[in-house]
Design a protein around this ligand. Structure first.
Ligand code: NAD
Length: 453
């Protein structure tokens, strides 16, 4: 048996003992998982510093605090979420007991990506534990140090038979994908997302695909550009642009392009100093392969700001590209790095046409003081999420479903949505063996008299 087969068999055996069904067991696991984030903050932070140059505060803000509050919410609501949910009855079933009973799916495979490795791997795990599943956890091999910390620490805090960790790269993930799961929860790029879905189809395993793509950001002339550009600067350059919901490119009227560049320049200086390379809050590209990919995207566009880089350090300065053409390299795939292309468009209608011609994005951002403009963008387009006058912040709202549509993904999670996503919502109808008289209408012979109203 391969290591991957062993992990799946171990999780399956542990699931079949039935211990994950117990709500108290789930709550104990979640509380213990939360302790990992307080007791092991330093190991988590040191590894993320090595992987992505994430600062200590950045690690707390963007990785662990959100997980702790997700656990708090889940622990406080679990009894309510897991309870039978009574539903409306119809006339024929009026005296029956009818409800939806959430039940665990079984063994879930969680495949994480590297950009916010704790957030994207552990958030689904919180829901998997809460819903009573076993889970095989596959951290991304790309964040080398964090994957090792996860492999070492998780078994010290949570039931290592119910929730085994499997490390490794593509080969190991493919071996996992040959096994039978009851759900696969994948976070990563859309190309691999297709391979995941194909592998899942062998056993008709349901999938949640948290993918990426190019999230547009439209800036209306009618808006406070200083504030808009500060928010966009934060959304774009946090984690060095390696954020699935980062604004990928800006669409705006040609008359405001220079102001936008100037305001973003000022915000970059405020946030990351004159020299972002020496600023503790500015990250690094994850590895040389991605560094080369991002650097090459600048080739055929005009750099308005930044552009300097250092391969040995995986450093690319916060960069703005001006007057970018739709055919430019930077517009052909998700950037996932600190380049912000600006594409001039004549008006809102052209921006809408531009967005609609492309794949449905994970997030769509619009900056405007005019509610009609915001509503028109909202009603004319589709995306995983739409945010007006801010970036990224919807991720923190656990009452909003987080996920993509079309090429940006399928299924959603966060808060109760994760619990429901990783549960089977079983329809239950319990009738008594009495009152047979009222059933006579549905039994043959079907005479016209039975239908007379
Ligand atoms: P990655 O390279 O870490 O891959 C993700 C996982 O897939 C890893 O665990 C890896 O082992 C596995 N994998 C890679 N290639 C594989 C293959 N050929 N077959 C089977 N498994 C394979 O991460 P990535 O894809 O570079 O992540 C970045 C992408 O993820 C971006 O597109 C980003 O937008 C997206 N993302 C989405 C979300 C979201 O919540 N929607 C969050 C973070 C990242």
């Amino acid at each position: 048996m391969s290591r991957e087969q062993q992990a799946v068999a171990c999780a399956r055996r542990a699931f079949e003992t039935g211990r994950s069904l117990c709500l108290d067991h789930r709550i104990r696991q979640l509380k213990s998982l939360k302790r990992l984030f307080t007791e092991r903050q330093k190991e988590i932070s040191d590894a993320l510093m090595k992987d992505l140059n994430k600062s200590v505060v950045g690690t707390e803000l963007y990785e662990t605090l959100g997980l702790e509050s997700e656990i708090n919410l889940t622990v406080s609501k679990l009894k309510e979420w897991a309870a039978p949910r009574p539903v409306e009855k119809n006339l024929v079933t009026i005296s029956d007991t009818i409800y939806i009973k959430p039940e665990p799916l079984g063994v879930v495979l969680i495949i994480g990506s590297w950009n916010y490795p704790w957030a994207v791997t552990i958030k689904p795990l919180i829901g998997a534990i809460a819903a009573g599943n076993a889970a095989v956890i596959k951290p991304s091999e790309v964040c080398v140090h964090t994957a090792k910390v996860m492999e070492d620490l998780l078994p010290l805090y949570i039931d290592k038979e119910l929730y085994p960790v499997v490390t490794g790269g593509v080969v190991e993930t493919q071996e996992l994908l040959r096994q039978r799961f009851d759900h696969i929860f994948y976070t990563g790029n859309s190309l691999v997302g297709k391979a995941i879905m194909e592998a899942a189809s062998k056993f008709l395993t349901p999938v949640t695909l948290e993918l990426g793509g190019k999230s547009p950001c439209y800036i209306d002339k009618n808006c406070d550009l200083t504030i808009a550009c500060r928010r966009i600067t934060w959304g774009k350059y946090t984690n060095c642009g390696q954020t699935c919901i980062a604004p990928d490119y800006v669409l705006c009227d040609p008359s405001i392009q220079e102001r936008v560049i100037e305001e973003i320049r000022k915000a970059i200086k405020d946030f990351y100093t004159e020299n972002p390379k020496t600023c503790a809050d500015y990250g690094r590209i994850i590895n040389q392969r991605h560094f080369k990919r991002i650097k090459a995207m600048m080739d055929d566009s005009t750099v308005a700001l930044g552009g300097d880089n250092d391969e040995a350090n995986c450093y690319i300065a916060p960069t703005i590209l001006r007057d970018v053409k739709p055919e430019a390299k930077v517009m052909q795939e998700e950037i996932f790095g600190p380049l912000l292309p600006i594409l001039p468009v004549s008006d809102l209608d052209e921006a809408i046409r531009f967005i609609k011609k492309r794949e449905k994005p994970l997030a769509l951002y619009i900056f405007s003081s005019d509610n009609e403009v915001i509503q028109k963008m909202l009603s004319s387009t589709s995306s995983g999420a739409m945010v007006a006058n801010d970036c990224l912040i919807h991720y923190s709202v656990s009452s909003l479903p987080f996920g993509g549509v079309g090429n940006s993904g399928m299924g959603c999670y966060h808060g109760k949505f994760t619990f429901d996503q990783l549960s089977h919502l079983r329809s239950c109808l319990i009738k008594k063996l009495k009152m047979e008289g009222i059933n006579s209408m549905r039994y043959p012979p079907h005479t016209a008299k039975k239908l007379s109203r």
